[in-house]
Write a protein that binds this ligand. Sequence first.
Ligand code: NAG
Ligand code: NAG
Ligand code: NAG
Ligand code: NAG
Length: 641
Amino acid sequence: MEATITAAVGVAPVALGLPVPPFTPHAISVSLPTWRDNVGYEAGDKRVLDAMVCGYPRFFIGLGIRKLAQLCVQKFGVHGESAMLFPTKKTADACRSFILSRSALEGTQASARLIQLLICPEDKANKAILVNSEDCDCNGSASLVDLHIVLFPSEAFSVAMQFWTHSGAGISSRLAEQCLSLLPEGLPSSPSFPTPSRGVSFKSSHKHYGVKGARRVSPPIIAEDLNADHTIYLEERYGRNLPITAASAAKRALRLRIAGVQLRDAPKTDSTGDQSSLFGPSTRGVNDVSENDVYLYPGGMNAIWNAHQLILAVQPVGKSVCFGFPYADTLKVLQKWGPGCHFLGHGLDSDIDQLEAILEEETKLDPSKPPIIALYTEFPSNPLLRSANLSRLRALADKYDFLIVIDETIGNFTNVEVLPFADMVVSSLTKVFSGSSNVMGGSLVLNPQGRHYSNLKSYMNSNYEDTYFDQDAIFMERNSRDLQRRVRVIDHSTEAICDFLYSRSQIAGVPEAVIKDVAYPKYTTPEHYEARRIKSNAQTGVQQGGYGGLFSVTFTSPSASHAFFDALPCYKGPSLGTNFTLACPFTILAHFNELDWAAQYGVEADLIRISVGLEDTNELLAGFRLALKAAEAAVGQDDLI
Ligand SMILES: *[C@@H]1O[C@H](CO)[C@@H](O)[C@H](O)[C@H]1NC(C)=O
Ligand SMILES: *[C@@H]1O[C@H](CO)[C@@H](O)[C@H](O)[C@H]1NC(C)=O
Ligand SMILES: *[C@@H]1O[C@H](CO)[C@@H](O)[C@H](O)[C@H]1NC(C)=O
Ligand SMILES: *[C@@H]1O[C@H](CO)[C@@H](O)[C@H](O)[C@H]1NC(C)=O
């Protein structure tokens, strides 16, 4: 391999395409150590793609999931089909609908069909095989896994991949691993060209495990065929077969933690969350928030996708507003589901003026309904770290009767208090909440004081389905126990680093500086961030919130930026909030095909985003000094090229 290994001071180098951190099963980040590697990855450079053994799960379908999907295609597909796997029928259905409607829009009208499967553990000697759900009557000791397959023509893969990426609803790598562990090594091979009219069939040594249902494989097989009794039957199977007590305790502990009802600094907090004596009123600034207002999802993007589906379901038909430059897929979700959105991409006060104009105009056009159905904003935003004036947005929401959804992934509830201004707060638990870079998760909190609460709550009561894989929840619960401690360390180091970089920037008035700007809540729209920053309270023991662990830095020339990135002695890869420092050329990774569009909103192509970890502050500072030297040395090299 070429020079794909970083010269690292603080960390052992990780080769291109390997998991970050190294040797981490189910790692959610992947090493892209140099600027060139990142560009190569986005440009589809074979050198880079061939090296990738993992990736961020919404962008890179894990190898285990691919293998399982491949097996499903072999068993149930016809020639030229691909499969995507989902944990429930509803999520699989949403994928199918998306493929149908989106491919029609793109002029390639694809079909798609669903198959529900149970992977049914047999006795140890024979292991399990894939069966159609109706044929499974095993209630043995091991886990029974419910799997929903969407089969579609391979040409529609890129459309299906949009669904996978934007919705984050696909199965987790741990679920795939569990399925594969239940399957025997040498599955009976199926003909590579199955007779479409008859579907696939394969022999089984056990009568219970024949693929009887596969006779209906020819399109469309629709899991709607399942009746209600069957559904209950399946649920009971879950109850008996999974370590349900551990998983449900972990999920409850997560919901308590996210509701903020877990007392800060509780000594030796009971990991299962069962000791209610350790819990008090919510620290989120809203009375009566309870764990029952918290909903878990398999990822942050999936929480946003579900928030949007929920609002589309309870509000009259209308557009949404995306306020501020958001994480890429948030905007895509708002654009691709429902009637679309107004994009106010700067997220500054002037955008609120523009919002007011839109609200007035829409109200004139149709006074009978709210001018917009909801406004989505990140507090602060990714990657520009801008914060909006939430009280002004709230006043507009109350006046015009729309909902506010705040994504607090970057700020989080140990640093900022945003729930009082929101109808819903969404967050990616994958980030600092977990910290370990080995599991995904997301949450949605309903504000019980919100005007639309009872509507939202009753919709959730009848429609929410828990698709968060139990084992993932168990990992997430373990990882998040020391969130408060980690956040404090990270906040402290990040502030020290940003103060250093800021003092060497043009924005701070150093004309010869190679750093142009540092985006960090302490310096970026500070008046709005400070207004929501948690204040210390001696009585309750609440500590003052910090500025978070994420910042972005821009340079006066591309070569300075690239040199800084390549020289920075830390892991390089997607994601943030990890307990180790992680850097990425964010705009390249998230907006490679729309660089000019992103630049319009101040998201420059050569921006570097850094998430600070738990390393020693002085060691980190030394690393940043080194990278800055490299950037200074590289200045002017653009002219030479
Ligand atoms: C399966 O469940 C049925 C009814 O619940 C029970 O009678 C039977 O013994 C179980 N079989 C096994 C193999 O556990
Ligand atoms: C935020 O908006 C409120 C309500 O319009 C206003 O009173 C306040 O001054 C604004 N805050 C800042 C920092 O501009
Ligand atoms: C960070 O997380 C990894 C993976 O869970 C763990 O092995 C490591 O000990 C953690 N580091 C610190 C300083 O907490
Ligand atoms: C919480 O705070 C930390 C450190 O201040 C930050 O890195 C992280 O992104 C925040 N987000 C979440 C979801 O906890």
